[in-house]
Design a protein around this ligand. Structure first.
Ligand code: CS2
Length: 489
């Protein structure tokens, strides 16, 4: 079978959408750091919709960790398929907005030179929570992070995202080129402000004057991004080959829903994202908080409890009426009252989320969402809990979500099988769990002392401890299913 590429594009069957513009006229306006599946199902699709009328905004992608995306896309001239999936079927479309992919390790100088080029006006990022090298509880740069220490010692050959951004900005500053806008598309709370804080701090540690220049001149628009993107499997590759009549080494599977809310702060200009479905707003924070607390808070709760209960996919967990009641209640009773969203029907948003979770065709693994919990919990569950505590309101379902994470990171499931726990703190957490055994109280005390997750306020909070330990004891004694039933009736 032929490989998808510029040469084979005209043999793709009619009915599969392909780029509606001449790719040879494109020039890059965006460098994207962290060119994973999410970016390719989200921002790259919005940009694809724009290129016919705005060919100077194509994307050059970079991967900071692994060369696998480059290896997959290079022989395909950057082309790849996205397949939108639901009960009605799988709908493929070929995307052409990514001109090329650079491997940041092997092509660091090329990447930095491009980022310093005046034609690049936006550098966007999806490097996941841990890619910012920050302390998730406080949102501050983790100055002891090994990559940060490396990049401060070797500023011209950075490894980390903050190090790359600051080196490119420093080069622009030195050359008198106005800075690009830095647009985070990760699920961090107040992602614009958080990345601004991290990058400005890193720049100041390099050089106080550079720090001042960054803080006064660089724009960090915030965003809320949303599209569910399960990891691609070999079965998916086969399905796509059948549909497009060509081999695609890395197609992206996703859902019909997509949402992008962007803070309109781009001094060097931006493509008219509002013409292709994005919402440009003055303040993105309420949207981010809604999404993190309702979608991602539910997702993480489903991931830990669902995995432990033996559900491979989110859709299987949410099909269990007890899980459905738990998540419906978590959103309605505990998350929604903490949100301030005039003009948004939160009940309708919740119902749409429950329907998205139930999408039977998506096959979104609970294990995938369970990854990196130490980086995700603060903005997904703990912020909501803090607000509930402040208001003196109950939060048992959220506490069960946190207890589910604590039970999960023990690394042994209810059948006694090992769990492949992926987390930057995995080693420390496993040591804590090994010490605690199946003593819920001891496990809680060990894990809650991880200040970068819980801060010091929650660690010292009796009501928080009581609520989580109650659920954790039940998880150990009675198992997940009985615990959920007990809680939701
Ligand atoms: C998920 C998210 O893996 C995870 O942690 O909760 O990636 C989620 O699918 C997206 O944020 C949806 O927009």
């Amino acid at each position: 079978m032929t490989r998808l590429s510029a040469k084979t594009l005209n043999s793709i069957p009619a009915g599969v959408a392909v780029p509606n513009y001449d790719r040879s006229t494109l020039t890059p306006g965006i460098v994207h750091l962290g060119i994973g599946a999410f970016h390719r199902a989200h921002m790259a699709v919005y940009v694809d919709d724009l290129l016919k009328t705005h060919p100077d905004w194509a994307i050059v992608g970079a991967s900071l960790r692994r060369p696998d995306t480059k290896e997959a896309l290079e022989p395909q001239d950057g082309l790849y398929t996205i397949a939108v999936r639901d009960a009605a079927g799988t709908h493929p479309r070929v995307i052409g907005s990514i001109l090329s992919v650079l491997d940041a390790n092997a092509q660091r100088d090329e990447l930095l030179a491009l980022m310093a080029d005046p034609k690049i006006r936006i550098v966007s990022l999806t490097v996941t929570e841990k890619g910012y090298c920050h302390d998730p509880a406080t949102g501050e740069l983790d100055e002891r992070h090994p990559d940060i220490a490396h990049d401060l010692a070797n500023p011209a050959s950075p490894k980390s995202a903050p190090g790359m951004l600051v080196e490119a900005l420093a080069r622009r500053h030195a050359a008198g080129v106005p800075p690009f806008a830095v647009m985070s598309c990760d699920n961090l709370p107040s992602n614009g402000e958080t990345v601004q804080r991290i990058v400005t701090r890193f720049a100041s540690l390099r050089d106080a004057a550079l720090g001042d220049w960054v803080s006064q001149n660089v724009a960090f628009p915030g965003t809320m991004v949303d599209r569910i993107v399960p990891s691609t499997t070999d079965a998916d590759r086969q399905t796509i080959a059948g549909l497009i009549g060509a081999e695609d080494a890395w197609p992206i599977m996703t859902e019909p829903f997509t949402q992008w809310v962007i803070e309109d702060k781009f001094p060097q200009g931006r493509p008219p994202f509002e013409t292709v479905g994005a919402q440009l707003v003055a303040d993105v924070e309420p949207f981010e908080r809604m999404k993190l607390r309702m979608l991602n808070g539910s997702h993480s709760t489903i991931a830990y409890l669902g995995y432990l209960a033996g559900h491979e996919y989110v859709s299987q967990a949410i099909a269990d009426p007890a899980f459905h009641r738990l998540i419906h209640g978590l959103m309605t009773e505990e998350a929604m009252p903490t949100l301030d969203m005039p003009g948004t029907d939160l009940g309708a948003y919740r119902d749409q989320l429950l329907a998205r979770f139930a999408n039977p065709a998506l096959q979104h693994r609970t294990w995938q969402i369970a990854m990196d919990g130490s980086q995700k919990l603060p903005q997904r569950l703990l912020g909501t809990i803090r607000d509930r505590l402040k208001a003196g309101q109950p939060f048992d379902r959220l506490a069960l979500g946190v207890a589910g994470w604590m039970r999960y990171v023990v690394g042994i499931d209810e059948k006694g099988d090992n769990i492949d726990v992926r987390d930057p703190l995995a080693m420390r957490m496993m040591a804590i769990a090994a010490e605690a055994g199946d003593d819920a109280e001891a496990l809680y005390v060990g894990l809650v002392a991880l200040n970068e997750v819980f801060g010091t306020d929650l660690a010292d909070n009796q009501a928080f401890g009581d609520a989580v330990v109650t659920q954790l004891e039940s998880l150990f004694d009675d198992g997940v299913v009985a615990t959920i039933r007990e809680l939701v009736g």
